[in-house]
Design a protein around this ligand. Structure first.
Ligand code: PLP
Length: 344
């Protein structure tokens, strides 16, 4: 039987058109978009064309988008640049955030944990959807604070609303784009200082643009409407899978089952079992799943995204995350359920 991949929240296979866009850009559009000769100007044209197309799909202005290599980089640029501009005022963040949000905030002199909001709060960082549980979050209303939205997991799975935030980040490899292209969106006039000096990206992110990756992302973005529709249609399949496993063993549960969450994600608690051992057994049986955030795999540290919801360390060690690709088939999910029953 071919291997089955249930780890879409970690990364997704690139769309065939994204692969072709990367290949052809490496063969033909390899020039430096900053160069003033004809080759460079052709690359510049392709770059700006991709920016316009992606901006239109997000409903923002092209000049508001900065191409970065990853969402982790975009979050670092954003928060470091805000910190430099805003000085000593506190930042607020949910403790269950992705480490890409938490790490660049660690050296803010004052950091508050949401839902606590300090009176002079300068910035709030909030993920639209959690990578491990799939839970959806709304942006807290904080007057006078810069509101940053991490859209990495929401993009392409649920509608993304940018009206309640001032800046946002998006990761290309979560939506069928290649690694190496991500987006930073900033509302004009944001108090922000340059972190990575260089003439590119209107001086907001130095470094020669990765045109092949950016063109690959633009190709993936062209398919976002159908991707969103396919992801939305996954919820009944995911729910049936959860119902089958929990009915089979009532000790097994679903984290956030009755809360608003991503349609493709199932975060299950196999109380009394080791999530790690189960993940290895499933891997050997042909199923790629995750014990939690992929960034934590390989480390035995239980996931903070689970413990901050009130679960014990022991429970957090018994969690598996299944995240379906948009084209997941009922038979594949049934095979996963059967394997889980065999192995637990
Ligand atoms: N934020 C969230 C919610 C994520 O799930 C991820 C990736 O796992 C990131 C940020 C980091 O994205 P990238 O891999 O582009 O750095």
């Amino acid at each position: 039987m071919p291997r089955l991949y249930f780890d879409a929240n970690a990364t997704t296979p690139p769309h065939p058109e994204a692969v072709e866009a990367v290949r052809s850009a490496m063969a033909e559009d390899w020039a430096n978009p900053t160069s003033t000769h004809r080759e460079g100007q052709r690359a510049r044209f392709r770059l700006e064309e991709a920016r316009r197309e992606i901006a239109a799909s997000l409903g923002v202005e092209p000049g508001e988008l900065v191409f970065c290599a990853s969402a982790t980089e975009a979050l670092h640029l954003l928060t470091r640049g805000l910190q430099a501009a805003l000085g000593d005022r506190p930042a607020a963040v949910f403790p269950g955030e992705h480490s890409a949000c938490l790490n660049p905030l660690r050296d803010w002199s004052r950091l508050a944990w949401l839902p606590e909001l300090p009176p002079d709060c300068a910035t709030v960082v909030q993920m639209a959807a959690n990578n491990e549980t799939g839970l959806l979050y709304t942006m807290p209303a904080v007057p006078d604070a810069v509101r940053i939205k991490d859209c990495c997991q929401a993009w392409g799975k649920v509608p993304v609303d940018l009206s309640d935030c001032d800046a946002a980040v998006f990761s290309g490899h979560k939506v069928g784009g290649p690694r190496g292209a991500a987006l930073l969106w900033m509302r004009p006039g944001l108090p922000w200082e340059i972190v990575m000096e260089g003439p590119q990206e209107r001086r907001r992110r130095g470094g020669t643009e990765d045109l092949p990756a950016i063109l690959g992302l633009a190709a993936a973005v062209r398919h976002l409407p159908e991707r969103g529709a396919r992801n939305a249609a996954l919820a009944p399949l995911r729910d049936a899978f959860e119902a089958e496993i929990t009915a089979w063993n009532r000790g097994f549960g679903v984290i956030g089952r009755d809360l608003p969450r991503l349609p493709n994600t199932s975060c299950m608690l196999f109380r009394g079992r080791s999530g790690e051992a189960l993940q290895v057994a499933l891997d050997l049986a042909g199923f790629a799943v995750s014990t939690g955030s992929a960034c934590h795999s390989g480390s035995v540290k239980p996931s903070h995204a689970i413990t901050t919801l009130g679960y014990s360390l022991e429970d957090a060690r018994s969690v598996l995350r299944f995240s379906l690709l948009p084209d997941a088939l009922p038979g594949e999910v049934e095979a996963l359920a059967a394997a889980l029953k065999r192995l637990t």
